[in-house]
Design a protein around this ligand. Structure first.
Ligand code: SF4
Ligand code: MG
Length: 465
């Protein structure tokens, strides 16, 4: 999901809408905005679909007045089954002591089931099926004297991954979980401030990128400025390495590094680790593009757009049902036949999850007359589900969970298949000595099976590590 908030500007909602539009790649199912205006109080609008279709018309935007606002773009992850209901669309707003608060959450709470049971027993009335709603109820029940302290209280009970943007009547609040699994950055816009999942959303509104919120940090922003707190026990950070590989936009800056340059470096590492003779390097667009450029630069094999992407389709993977996802490949991608015929082609993609995309792409490329097809993948085999906010299927559906690399190659029907090594990936993100196996510098659980936070809800449901 993507989150955005702004304080101290005229017409916060329009800034939030623009920010969310730039974060649309992080969630396409639904979006919402909450604003506060001194005269009209809190207002909210939550809708299915794209930001550009929902938060551009005057009739919607004029219902969201005020200098303070937050927003969320959603895609459903672990726990949520089937179609999103409008009641699950964030931000969530709760009226309680001291005027209440609204929150938008990116990540996934790994003890949400246990918390929900406990809260319901104690009388909380849940409005949604979302794990994120627990935070509002925990805040409402806290005995602390102000809302930021109630939020600290609440979040100390929450396990898992959370970047949160929240607002009261007068404050904008941003928090990252102690491991800093999901991103969150601070920006300056005129006399105001903003918080965003990624820096690309600061660029769109002309805000200046100030800094990242630290893992475990809470910032409380008022007209008076930015106050910083560290409410959690300090722990070694575990930023999601898959944000670098796929999830974030290539024009964002993560951990001081350009996502684009990291992806290009991944491609270079791949070319060094797993070279192959061929005529063309083609990306599976768009997610494989920067890595394919890196592969081509390192290997000297020409880069070409052998597959053309229909720009009017969203991220296939983010389409929540299997059926749409299956159709999606053909709706979205088409082979550039004239270019491919008679060629030995290296295809570079970011990841193999279920393997359905890769198989169809291979078929299309062979149909177009390619002589050989070699897959090079910009991440290690995805063998474990993510429980921290990236939607991966159950373990059984992950190709790499049940097959060796060679079995996968046969299953996909390609001439060769190679994944970047975990160490190679760490080098590409700037860890020159590779992965520290005693204390990995990132979360890489979907590749290594080493979960930095115990996924207790899933273990309760029968998942075994
Ligand atoms: Fe990111 Fe993978 Fe960790 Fe999930 S399991 S947070 S996708 S690295
Ligand atoms: Mg892709």
């Amino acid at each position: 999901c993507g989150i955005f908030g702004v304080i101290g500007v005229q017409d916060a909602a329009s800034f939030v809408a623009l920010g969310l539009h730039a974060l649309q790649h992080r969630g396409q199912e639904a979006g919402g905005i909450v604003t506060h205006d001194p005269e009209q109080g809190f207002n909210s609008a939550r809708r299915f679909g794209y930001v550009r279709d929902n938060f551009t018309s005057q009739s919607v935007m004029e219902t969201l007045p005020g200098p303070l606002g937050i927003g969320h773009v959603r895609y459903s992850t672990a726990g949520s089954k089937g179609q999103t209901q409008i009641r699950d669309v964030q931000p969530f707003f709760g009226e309680f002591a001291m005027g209440g608060a609204a929150i938008a959450h990116n990540g996934n709470i790994t003890n949400a089931n246990a918390l929900r049971r406990e809260l319901i027993e104690r009388g909380s009335i849940f409005q949604s099926s979302s794990d994120s709603e627990c935070i509002i109820h925990l805040m409402a029940r806290s005995l602390q004297r102000n809302i930021p302290e109630r939020m600290e209280d609440a979040l100390r009970r929450v396990e898992g991954a959370f970047s949160v943007v929240a607002m009261t009547r007068t404050k904008l609040i941003g928090v990252r979980d102690p491991l800093g699994v999901r991103p969150l950055v601070l920006g300056r816009i005129g006399e105001g401030w903003c918080l965003s999942s990624e820096t690309c959303a600061l660029d769109i509104i002309g805000a200046e990128f100030i800094r990242e919120i630290e893992p475990g940090e809470m910032v409380v922003i008022t007209d008076g400025g930015v106050e910083s707190h560290f409410p959690f026990r300090p722990q070694p950070s575990k930023f999601c390495i898959f944000e670098h590989v796929y999830f974030s936009r290539p024009d964002s800056i993560l951990g001081g590094r350009s996502v684009y340059e990291t992806r290009e470096a991944i491609g270079r590492e791949l070319a060094k680790e797993s070279p192959v003779e061929a005529d063309l390097v083609c990306p599976v667009p768009d997610s494989g593009t920067p890595a394919a450029i890196g592969f081509s630069l390192e290997s000297g094999i020409p880069y070409a757009m052998g597959i053309i992407r229909n720009q009017y389709m969203g991220r296939t993977f983010i389409e929540p049902t299997e059926q749409i996802r299956n159709m999606g490949v053909r709706l979205k991608l088409n082979v550039n036949r004239a270019l491919i015929r008679g060629k030995r082609v290296i295809l570079v993609d970011d990841s193999v999850v279920r393997g359905t995309t890769s198989r169809k792409i291979k078929d299309m490329i062979l149909d177009a007359g390619a002589k050989e097809v070699h897959f090079r993948i910009a991440s290690p085999p995805t063998a474990w589900p993510c429980f921290y906010g990236v939607d991966t299927p159950e373990r059984e559906k992950l190709l790499a969970a049940t097959m060796t690399e060679d079995e996968m190659r046969t299953h996909l029907g390609v001439d060769s298949l190679k994944f970047i090594s975990l160490n190679g990936l760490y080098r590409a993100v700037g860890e020159t000595n590779g992965r520290d196996s005693a204390c990995p510098q990132y979360c890489d659980a979907c590749f290594s099976g080493e979960y930095p936070v115990r996924p207790s809800d899933m273990i309760e449901k029968g998942f075994s590590l």
